[in-house]
Design a binder for this molecule. Sequence first.
Ligand code: NAP
Length: 302
Amino acid sequence: MTAKLIKGTEIREQILEEITTEVAQIKAKHGVVPGLVTILVGANPASISYVTLKIQTAHRVGFHEVQDNQDATISEEDLLALIDKYNKDDSINGILVQLPLPKHVDEKKVLNAIDPDKDVDGFHPVNVGRLMIGGKEVKFPPCTPAGIQEMIVRAGVETKGAEVVVVGRSNIVGKPIANMMVQKGKGANSTVTIVHTGTKDLAAHCKRADILIVAAGVPGLVKPEWIKPGACVIDVGVNRVGETVSEKTGKKVAVLRGDVDFDAAKEIAGYITPVPGGVGPMTITMLMLNTLKSLKFKLGIA
Ligand code: NAP
């Protein structure tokens, strides 16, 4: 069996097109576009490249975007005041604080200062609670789990009654995706198991998964013999396993591998996400969708 590839790169393009169309319609009818501010503190190269990608994507879909770069020496008090300014700014629907923050700043305090109705990352405790309650309470599902669920839905995989096994229990991937898949509703209604380093028999759990979501950060953790024939395998892991020279640019680039032995797994699974090009491109895409949703909630059209 050769699994159907679920390509995040393709789904991203579809969703960004849909967002662009909707933004233009809202602009024509209501005279406003979604506003997104990205706050970058300091000059961490990885943070700069993430922020740049977010800004480019926001620009592409027609958002009003504000790039607010602050010196690494900014005080916690001044950063909190900055957040407060954007909380009160009517033209801003989404506030992003790029992590990590400098050591002298309490990250939790800063993230918790964001108005939950502008917390498009979905990490504020209020939004975590809303996600737990489910249904209409949910405003901003966290972006990577939201991307995973969207991929499963768009691939046409049945989730109702499916055995879903999630490998990993982080607050950004494992716990929220497990919580989302167990809710009563579209793209969910599954029977969910979360496994982790305390689990007695990881293989036994994985083997009965109709949908296997792996977010452990361990290259090749999931062996092909752990995969149920025909299962949908979502590999969230992004692991740097070496370096190579890009044929296109001639520059050194990282070799990335997922948490699943892809080449062997694709012969057993029914659906599988590649790494790179699978879940990765979905995160920023869902961030754009959450920002659009934030404006729609404000306009009462969500
Ligand atoms: P994390 O916070 O390190 O959590 C990893 C989880 O996996 C933990 O719950 C850990 O269990 C579990 N785990 C680790 N080794 C295991 C093993 N041998 N057996 C069973 N469980 C094991 O990681 P994360 O932030 O969720 O990220 C996971 C992976 O996804 C990483 O490779 C990351 O780069 C990637 N990721 C990708 C995206 C994206 O593509 N957009 C976004 C986020 C993350 P314990 O709790 O017991 O320690």
